[in-house]
Write a protein that binds this ligand. Structure first.
Ligand SMILES: Cc1cc2nc3c(=O)[nH]c(=O)nc-3n(C[C@H](O)[C@H](O)[C@H](O)COP(=O)(O)O)c2cc1C
Length: 328
């Protein structure tokens, strides 16, 4: 797909995921490839100004990562002009504004869906982004707040994105009040894509290439696809979507490589929670994966997490067969 004049091929994106899509995880994905671009986790626009961005484990990028899109959470109270000047030193392939996160702490900051719902503030923030950032600008949205009456408000925002020169839009096909366990509304992609000239990237529970075949009509109008949790469970999954050969992974080796990458990038006290988060998803590869996760939950140090994880993974655990993974 063309994103702000640059070609993203394949049109496959790693979703921004707080606690997960730091540079060490992006490095792990780059060992497998198959994607077109990787999103950072959401970066607080305010905190970004204090960050040593070329060294920070969240904002630094390695050449092996390929195209990286920096996502920001912003309310408009920040010095956005300074943020966007500063991000230039990282040479982002695009900058993305988070308009879809519904978590209470994010709403309380006035970011995510709170910004999306406040039309005048949204306009001002986007105008400032567009003026201060000459490169590719994207947004990530949900469908809206009210499942009964969302279409008009959604289109009003799409017109705003078009008028202000946003280059593409990711649609996570759920409403603000819907948890990630709820079935996403893929059937809305076609309705949305038919009403905008912006490239639409579809997101939400896209777990296997077979999904695209089984739901061809839903996915055909999309310019690109974004994968989130499934890429944590199977960091090699983009290869399958890109039609590249997929080797069965050595799970213990993969888990340990991610551990090493993480501890190269950040001190153990920061790596600890991130190892937990990664292992929670990685455990879904196995029939008795809850035992893996339960084992690491007892750990008090990164080294103990490693011991527990490798004990499970080196014992040849039974894989979850088929596409296997369900987030519902
Ligand atoms: C642990 C976690 C952290 C997330 N953090 C972010 C974030 O920082 N920014 C964002 O726009 N969405 C965030 N999301 C939402 C994902 O980007 C994505 O929209 C959602 O997981 C649905 O896609 P999936 O079914 O492929 O996982 C997060 C989701 C998860 C599970």
């Amino acid at each position: 797909m063309s994103l702000g004049g640059q070609e993203i091929a394949p049109a496959l994106f790693l979703a921004p995921m707080e606690g997960i899509t730091h540079s060490a995880f992006r490095r792990l994905l780059s060992d497998y490839g198959g994607y077109g671009a990787l999103f950072t986790e959401m970066l607080s626009a305010g905190a970004f100004l204090q960050e040593k961005t070329l060294e920070s484990p969240y904002t630094r990028r390695r050449p092996c990562e390929g195209k990286v899109i920096y996502q920001f959470g912003a309310s408009g109270r920040e010095d956005l002009e300074a943020v966007l000047r500063k991000v230039e030193s990282l040479a982002p392939d695009a900058v993305d504004l988070n308009l879809g996160c519904p978590a209470p702490k994010i709403r309380a900051h006035g970011w995510g869906v709170s910004l999306a719902a406040d039309f005048p503030r949204l306009r001002t923030v986007l105008e400032r982004f567009r003026r201060a950032w000459p490169g590719t600008l994207t947004v990530k949205v949900r469908l809206g707040d009210d499942p009964e009456r969302w279409r008009e408000g959604f289109l009003e925002r799409v017109r705003l994105f078009e008028d202000l020169g946003v280059d593409a839009m990711t649609v996570h096909a759920r409403f603000s009040g819907e948890k990630l366990k709820r079935r996403p509304r893929w059937e809305e992609f076609a309705w949305i894509a038919a009403r905008t000239r912006l490239p639409v990237i579809g997101n939400g529970d896209i777990c296997a290439p077979e999904d695209l075949v089984r739901h061809r009509e839903a996915f055909a109008p999309l310019a690109g696809l974004m994968l989130g949790r499934i890429a944590v469970v199977k960091p090699w999954i983009f290869r399958a979507f890109a039609g590249l050969p997929v080797e069965p992974p050595d799970h213990a080796e993969l888990w340990d490589r991610h551990y090493r990458y993480l501890l190269e990038d950040m001190p153990p006290e920061r790596a600890f929670g991130r190892l937990m988060d990664f292992t929670y998803y990685y455990a879904k590869n196995f029939l008795f994966g809850h035992e893996l996760y339960r084992g690491v939950q007892k750990a008090r140090t990164c080294e103990e997490i490693r011991e527990a994880a490798l004990r499970f993974l080196e014992a040849g655990p039974t894989p979850n067969r088929g596409t296997g993974v369900s987030f519902t």
